[in-house]
Design a binder for this molecule. Structure first.
Ligand SMILES: C[S@@+](CC[C@H](N)C(=O)[O-])C[C@H]1O[C@@H](n2cnc3c(N)ncnc32)[C@H](O)[C@@H]1O
Length: 264
């Protein structure tokens, strides 16, 4: 896809997503940790790529409530830094471990010196950033030479295969507008001077049992996609999900993609 392609509907165009909806994460912070926690599979893959140790200086960009950072500090004693625009999320992250260095910022303002980090990662953040080119340029500046960046996200194919899509019919289209596809990220990172290395997949289970915890997560809208659909669609989908608790659903592969980059 050429850089100029795609329209004014908020979808990818030269790395910018002008009509990207803003989510109130101060509000979301009140329930975020009820149902969100670090995924074992993701932590394992991050460690395989970064080889965390006490000498690793790591940035979790858009660190939210600090779940990943707390885990990395507890297990590897790396120097753990976070950047997060929401005060509510930052407050919770700081409360988890005084050793975490959590600072206010976003993709336009990353308040650490250039060349600080061996490792930068971001989980479930890139679809909130309205200017990917600026994001990748800023992250490149903050990496040491030879440092690596990992973006954890979902491709458009993975978005299309989420098992719960049939409950909320407008999700697929909404989400594909919000999320850059992997090739778009690679193009933008390359423009910023980062070299795409490889991608890997954290697979999802081929069968899902509709669980009370997932339904609670939907009720609390702990994934921002549920804050972006109509009340009517939300209510209907939620009622159907509640009725299906305990039901096994076969689902096509979705999972998440980890896209790796290096500063040469
Ligand atoms: C779905 S949460 C993910 C939080 C955390 N990374 C995790 O996996 O639990 C998305 C986070 O991205 C943050 N965010 C939104 N826009 C951002 C931006 N422009 N730069 C950095 N972080 C941003 C939000 O405040 C929120 O904490």
């Amino acid at each position: 896809m050429s850089e100029e392609e795609r329209g004014p509907d908020g979808s990818f165009s030269r790395g910018k997503f002008e009509s990207r909806p803003r989510i109130d994460y101060d509000e979301a912070s009140k329930t975020y940790d009820h149902t969100r926690s670090p995924s074992d599979g993701i932590v394992e893959l991050l460690d395989r790529g970064f080889r965390f140790s006490p000498s690793t200086v790591v940035l979790d960009f858009g660190c939210g409530t600090g779940n990943y950072l707390r885990f990395i500090y507890a297990n590897y004693r790396s120097t753990c830094c976070g950047v997060e625009p929401s005060e509510g999320m930052r407050k919770i992250a700081r409360g988890k471990d005084g050793a975490l260095d959590i600072r206010a910022g976003d993709h336009r303002n990353i308040p650490f010196a250039n060349g600080t980090f061996d490792a930068i990662f971001m989980t479930d953040v890139i679809h909130h950033v309205d200017d990917m080119d600026t994001l990748f340029r800023q992250l490149r500046l903050k990496l040491k030479r030879g440092g690596k960046l990992c973006v954890v996200t979902e491709s458009h194919v993975q978005i299309g295969n989420r098992w719960y899509n049939p409950y909320f019919p407008s999700l697929i289209e909404n989400e594909r507008k919000r999320y850059p596809d992997i090739g778009d990220m690679d193009d933008s990172a390359s423009r910023a001077g980062l070299s795409p290395l490889f991608q890997e997949i954290r697979p999802s289970d081929p069968e899902v049992v509709v669980g009370a915890e997932f339904v609670k997560m939907v009720e609390e809208k702990n994934y921002s996609m549920f804050r972006l659909i109509s009340d009517e669609e939300f209510g209907t989908g939620l009622a159907r999900l509640r009725a299906d608790i305990g039901k096994t659903i076969r689902c096509p592969h979705h999972g998440e993609t980890l896209a790796w980059y290096r500063k040469g």
